[in-house]
Write a protein that binds this ligand. Structure first.
Ligand SMILES: [Zn+2]
Length: 85
């Protein structure tokens, strides 16, 4: 899935512009980076190389597929659909 995204031009899925300004970057008490977008939190998954960073919803383990791609802390791609509230 991520490979397909990597080869496609920047494309926003969902209303990323509506929530873009709400994004902020934080660090958990364990020292792990998290991104907060609206009411949702994302764990960081680093790409093997390059400036792109993939962020997956913290509910990923329970089936939520929402994913955000950032480059230099700017959202370049977003799949901001959650299976939970
Ligand atoms: Zn989610």
């Amino acid at each position: 899935m991520s490979h397909r995204w990597a080869k496609s031009p920047p494309l926003f899925t969902g209303c990323v512009n509506c929530v873009f300004f709400l994004v902020r970057f934080e660090t958990t008490r364990f020292g792990n980076p998290v991104m907060v977008l609206g009411k949702y939190r994302y764990n960081r998954w680093s790409y093997s190389k390059g400036p792109h960073v993939r962020w997956t919803c913290v509910k990923n383990m329970v089936g939520c597929r929402a994913t955000i791609i950032t480059m230099d802390n700017v959202i370049v791609r977003a799949r901001n659909f959650h299976t939970h509230s």
